[in-house]
Design a protein around this ligand. Structure first.
Ligand SMILES: [Zn+2]
Length: 540
């Protein structure tokens, strides 16, 4: 078994006392000891390799507390990237159509062309492309452009036809097919997960071969940013079957927490046709996932007070994705089955639906240490954080929004006052709610250092400081992506800190991010260690 001694640089353990020992000794896949260099040299086995940090900083490898691995790989390999600044360079609909046309030209007739990461709030026209525009790209390929938030999209005529939708199709609950107000003809717009159906799933059109290609591509990207543990936080049955296809004795080079869609239970694990699981030991079935609302960019996040500049006068506060009654039923069901629940709630009214449902489920069936989690919680109010502290509800915030959409939160979505406190990390700290922070890849790319910068410095892409009062320390931002992230999915016994017995998943940084937090963004991962082995290193 290979042993490695790390020494000669700051070591940030992220243990309970944030201790900073002189040295770490790993043995095989795990951490054997931490302590003074002299102590560890005395106990290290013969043949131990020496990893001189040369002043660089050692931390636990990052954990992504919420995201959609391996979607970034699918996008890179199989989709058309239509992202706008600051992430991409698509500025208007003609550019988007041009890119789709290029993809169609190299795609066999009849096969789908899919554009992703399109953001109507960031392009000149301020809207999604129409059916007619997409028909102008091709009528021989089904074309589907999905919004950056994943909560709506636009289809051409052939895609609508393949989706089985025509002008007589009724709107499902929580969804809508766009129609011309005068003629009733379909515009191509499809809003809400219920209306998008499988076209809204990120594994749409992904077969087994594409799945593993996307997996490997995503793995390599994450490892290059020091992230060794991530999530697929909306696992369809098909997606789970892809993961389950890996033989139990193979190491795919990555470890994941998978969050099955809550509605699949109890049939998924217990029903007449249960999933063949446990599969590979590197994949763990974790919390079950629910939704209460949509996204701010589409004004489908559900708020208690109107949007700053509402786009839909009939729904100025956005909307819930399901009725209160249905939501309570799902929460109670999963809670009573003993599952942890992660629930997507962006708006404060969406969050309140979940808080109330958890309160009712706990009232009927008290359960200690459930760690039910609000995902995003971007508009949480202080009174809600206080309720959450009482109920034991935790939260994973999305401070990447400060950078990517902060200026539009301020000007359009939420207005100055609410925008100043999106992803209120400091308030959560004040009220004793343990929290993590995420990128929600592929909504924004998984970049732990940049994410820490967003939470610490709260600067928008336009350079505005958004919410001085909600800034957190660099240490908090790192803990939120290491030990707290492990804790939030019940993995704190094996991951998230540098302590004896835990997995030797580590990252080496070119500087100590706790010094001069204003410039934390300049920190770089130079080496990633997974299970005791270097799996990525910056080119010298
Ligand atoms: Zn997500």
């Amino acid at each position: 078994m290979t042993s490695v001694l790390y020494f000669n640089g700051p070591i940030l353990t992220m243990d309970a006392g944030n201790s900073t020992p002189e040295a770490v000794l790993t043995e095989g896949q795990t951490i054997r000891a931490v302590g003074s260099e002299a102590e560890l040299r005395a106990e290290m086995p013969a043949g131990t390799q020496e990893a001189d940090l040369q002043g660089q900083t050692l931390i636990p490898a990052f954990i992504d507390p919420h995201g959609h691995f391996p979607d970034p790989g699918f996008i890179r390999l199989f989709r058309v990237d239509l992202a706008s600044p600051p992430r991409g360079d698509c500025l208007d609909i003609p550019t988007a159509l041009e890119r789709l046309r290029a993809k169609a030209a190299e795609t066999p007739t009849g096969e789908w062309v899919m554009g992703v990461l399109f953001d109507n709030t960031s392009i000149a026209e301020g809207r999604m492309p129409t059916r007619a525009e997409l028909d102008s790209v091709s009528t021989e390929h089904p074309i589907w452009v999905i919004h950056a938030s994943g909560h709506n999209g636009s289809a051409n005529s052939l895609a609508l036809q393949k989706h089985g939708v025509n002008r007589d199709t009724p709107d499902p609950l929580g969804g809508r097919f766009g129609r011309d107000p005068e003629t009733g003809a379909l515009t191509g717009l499809i809003e809400g997960l219920s209306a998008m159906g499988e076209m809204g799933d990120t594994d749409f059109l992904i077969d087994r071969e594409r799945f593993w290609a996307g997996f490997n591509s995503c793995r390599d990207e994450y490892l290059a940013h020091g992230v060794t543990y991530a999530q697929n936080a909306w696992a369809t049955r098909e997606m789970l079957e892809h993961f389950a296809s890996l033989p139990a004795d193979q190491d795919p080079g990555y470890d994941l927490m998978l969050l099955p869609i809550g509605e699949l239970e109890p049939a998924l694990t217990d029903g007449p046709d249960p999933l063949d699981w446990p599969g590979n030991p590197h994949f763990t079935l974790g919390p079950r996932k629910l939704f209460t609302d949509g996204a701010f960019q589409l004004q489908t996040a559900f708020l208690s007070a109107p949007y700053h500049k509402p786009i839909d006068p009939e729904n100025p506060c956005g909307m819930s994705y399901e009725s209160e009654e249905q939501h309570r039923f799902q929460v109670k069901k999963l809670h009573d089955l003993g599952y942890q629940i992660h629930c997507h709630c962006n708006g404060d009214a969406g969050a309140q639906m979940f808080i109330d449902a958890v309160a009712a489920a706990l009232e009927a069936n008290p359960r200690a240490d459930h760690r039910h989690t609000i995902i995003h919680g971007q508009a949480l109010r202080d009174d809600q954080l206080q309720q959450m502290a009482k109920l034991g509800i935790t939260v994973s915030f999305f401070p990447a929004h400060v950078h990517f959409w902060g200026d539009r939160h301020y000007d359009t979505f939420l207005g100055p006052e609410r925008a100043e406190r999106i992803s209120p990390c400091a308030s959560a700290e004040r009220f004793g709610v343990r929290y993590t922070i995420h990128n929600d890849a592929s909504v924004t790319p998984t970049r732990p250092i940049h994410l820490a910068h967003c939470a610490v410095n709260r600067l928008t892409a336009g350079g505005r400081r958004l919410g001085e009062a909600q800034r957190i320390s660099a240490l908090s931002a790192l803990r939120a992506q290491t030990i707290d992230a492990a804790w939030q999915v019940f993995q704190e016994d094996t991951r998230g800190s540098i302590e004896p017995g835990k997995l030797a998943d580590l990252a080496v940084l070119n500087r100590n991010p706790l010094e001069d937090p204003d410039s934390i963004e300049t920190t770089k991962v130079t080496r990633t260690i997974r299970r005791g082995q270097v799996v990525w290193a910056q080119e010298q």
